[in-house]
Design a protein around this ligand. Structure first.
Ligand code: GLV
Length: 321
């Protein structure tokens, strides 16, 4: 290729990734410490051969049109790609890719971090230590047992499986739900397939690992929360809109469930205001994949996809509508 491809980057990635990207193409990046604005995005994508975008960039028909007919690829830095209208991209012959596999461990670990933090009131204890003191007593800050309890895993994909597998060290019984039973999941984790309602009724911890699609939007709403035991805990590291956050805030306030650990929110970056006043919710700012190695490896996957597209080859991590 005598002409290097020309790529727009909506937000700077870790330095080793930017260096690698520079070896394979010319690029222009949004260097501001914030997402590209809609105007910057529409302007930035114009005339590019490929675009490297993030999960908080909304890539719809208008952005795809602004990019133009020469554009080959929108490479998403993230495994979830609900921010991109993939069928509109396909109509225009534009590839869309994501970053699977390399973030399974980090995201599953984060779900465990939230599960422990919520069950054993870690964030609440931390707040207490910073603001005052305590007197040790038998019924002070009692939490929930984890070892030997029942874990409900909603979504039997790579991250759900990874998360479930890690429960083996805690001797947990695993239930899982999904579109269909997964023999792979069962062999690896010892889990048993259950309908979502049964899983919600019987689990002590329910952790969500589904992609956001029209079918999973508000998969967990008032009815589903009502099926959970008053002693159970909900963990969400998938996408915020999988849960009806208003219904969740009501359930947490009324203590019809024990607690929730949330890394994702319906209207990021803002959680439902009612949640902030509650001690039985632990919230983190969408950092499921946020480890140094994982974020770097995600970047290398993006670069690999861009390199392929610029050479006219189908990129390895193509997703389809
Ligand atoms: C993070 O949320 C991702 O989809 O990679």
């Amino acid at each position: 290729m005598n002409r290097k491809g020309n790529v727009y980057v909506t937000r700077l990635l870790p330095r080793p990734v930017m260096e690698k990207l520079g070896e394979i193409c010319d690029f222009e990046a949004n260097t501001e410490p914030r997402p590209a604005t809609r105007e910057e995005l529409l302007r930035g994508v114009r005339g590019r051969d490929a675009v490297l975008c993030l999960l908080n960039d909304r890539i719809d028909a208008a952005v795809l049109d602004a990019a133009g007919p020469q554009c080959r690829l929108f490479a998403n830095y993230g495994v979830g790609y609900n921010n991109i209208d993939v069928s509109e991209a396909q109509k225009r012959g534009i590839w869309v890719t994501n970053t699977p596999d390399v973030l399974d461990d980090a995201t599953a670990d984060m779900a465990w971090a939230l599960l422990f933090a919520t069950a054993r009131r870690v964030a609440e204890g931390d707040r207490l230590m910073r603001s005052g003191t305590f007197s040790w007593q038998p019924e002070f800050m009692l939490g929930a047992d984890i070892t030997g309890r029942t874990l409900g895993v909603v979504g039997a994909g790579r991250i759900g499986r990874n998360f479930a597998l890690k429960s083996r060290g805690f001797g947990m019984k695993v239930l899982y739900s999904g579109r269909r039973p997964s023999p792979e999941f069962e062999v690896e984790t010892g889990g048993r397939f259950a309908a979502l309602d049964e899983l919600l009724r019987d689990s002590d911890f329910v952790s969500l690992h589904v992609p956001l699609t029209p079918e999973t939007h508000h998969l967990i709403g008032e009815r589903e929360l009502g099926l959970m035991k008053p002693s159970s805990i909900l963990i969400n590291t998938s996408r915020g809109p999988v849960v009806d956050e208003k219904a969740l805030a009501r359930a947490l306030e009324a203590r019809t469930i024990r607690g929730a650990g949330l890394d994702v929110f319906e209207n990021e970056p803002n959680p439902e205001p009612g949640l902030k006043a509650l001690d039985n919710v632990v919230m983190t700012p969408h950092i499921g994949s946020a480890t140094v190695d994982t974020r770097t490896n995600m970047g290398f996957i993006v670069v690999r996809n861009i390199a392929a597209a610029l050479e006219g080859r189908e990129p390895p991590n193509l997703v389809r509508a």
